[in-house]
Design a protein around this ligand. Sequence first.
Ligand SMILES: *[C@@H]1O[C@H](CO)[C@@H](O)[C@H](O)[C@H]1NC(C)=O
Ligand SMILES: *[C@@H]1O[C@H](CO)[C@@H](O)[C@H](O)[C@H]1NC(C)=O
Length: 523
Amino acid sequence: MNKWNLIILGLVFLSNVCAYKILVAFPYPGKSHSILGEGYVRHLLEAGHEVTYITAHPYKKPHPNLKQVVVASVIEKFEFAQSLDFKKMLSKEVDFKDMFTMYEIMAVIGNRSLTHENVQKFMMDPNEKFDLVIAEWLYHHLYAGFATIFNCPYIWSSSMEPHPVVLDLIDEVGNPAYFPDHMSPVSPPLSFTERISELWNLIYLYRVLWFVRDIEEQAFRDSFGAAAAKRGITLPTLYDLKYNSSMMLANSHYSLGDPQRLPANYAAIGGYHIEDEIPPLPKDLQKIMDSATDGVIYFSMGSMMRSETLPMELKRKLLNVFSKLKQTVIWKFDGDLENVPKNVHMVKWAPQPSILAHPNAKVFVTHGGLLSTTETIHYGVPIIGIPLFADQFLNVKRAVRKGFALEVPLGYDTPAKLEIAIREILSNPKYREKVKELSFIYHHRETKPGKTLIHWIEHVIETKGAPHLRSPALHVPVYQKLYLDLLALIILGLIIIKRIVNSLCSSKSANKKKGEDKKKKRS
Ligand SMILES: *[C@@H]1O[C@H](CO)[C@@H](O)[C@H](O)[C@H]1NC(C)=O
Ligand SMILES: *[C@@H]1O[C@H](CO)[C@@H](O)[C@H](O)[C@H]1NC(C)=O
């Protein structure tokens, strides 16, 4: 084949790759959620598609096929961030395990980003058209509304391991006897009391969903009503819309969570946000890590907690613990500290994947957010988890159960407990061996998660919403699933049979009595 043939072949190939217009709706102001949103943006742009990205943290690398709708001002009014304060957590002033508050706050934040003027202007523009919407599910269903506005199919994106509320959207809730809620620290096999408490959790969850339903419907109309009216579309109820997605792409994988029975319209793409090529470390960090012959302990409590809210007493005690170690400590901390020991390096920003990928990284002290626990399995580094809120408790418990982590609760005695945990995890090789084993399972897939993501997105667009993937369970009411109608029929049948038998018996005995009476009369 000569050069020209090759070029022509290349052009034919290129023209066969269709560029689709895809809306990635990830306006939630939490930084880790933007990292997940950016994962979609990056893979879609690389695959040649045109992307519009709704976000509070704009994507830094400009691209001719990328348009952004920025809702940055939502961050300022982000109550959630205000409550992410170590002091308040230590005094138990805020409790993120309360589901009512969680669902309500999330719907309010969702409504706030959607009623943002940039989003409203964007939806009102009649030139905006899309082939597909990717809507993040995060304790509310509002972003599905874009599918109605742009009259196209949509895919749910879930940032967590599968759990009852998200599976309900595409199939049905799992059986609580072996499928615990994502906020429960228990794992199968469940004891009798755990099974009862999981059943109760499920009922409670449905009470919460019932409670927020009106707020969500109202927010849905507040957010999309104007744009729908302008485009001459009648809004469905959010309740109908939320069960109408084509599928769910989820940041999950059985190496990270538990094995679960999943429907055909669920694709696990855990780890898709991690780039194949690890960006090089900044020169100073590279030098620190290369020269740390005893290893590096990386300490980061995530991007949401404000380090300056950590009480002084705790900061001093932590530094004191670190000063006793021969390892180098890299502490991601956004405040200023005095009298920092020589082996401790404070950094305001840390390229987490590049640090974890370094062969000298020995332990990762983390809050246990799902992105961090994913990255730690990706690169094979054991962790010490100090969970603070939301799914972090479960992530850390799960990591401990899987055998590559130790848990240290947040409290004024954290530094002392942390010291014991660090010494244990450094001296006992079992944690490292376990995380390497899981890392192998994690990487051993048919295709890389980014490829899987592109495959399913194109599949949904090319098959016009992929109706063939939808679970028939979506349209079966609970009473039919539990065969309550059959049970009712059987009970009714039994009652009728009993009545008939009773009346037969009583008429028989009445006849008998009559006969006896007659006999008596005759005699
Ligand atoms: C559900 O999706 C289909 C196709 O994607 C669409 O035609 C239909 O109008 C949607 N229904 C609702 C209630 O959004
Ligand atoms: C949604 O936001 C708009 C504008 O910010 C506000 O007027 C409306 O009350 C909000 N709706 C709900 C249900 O919070």
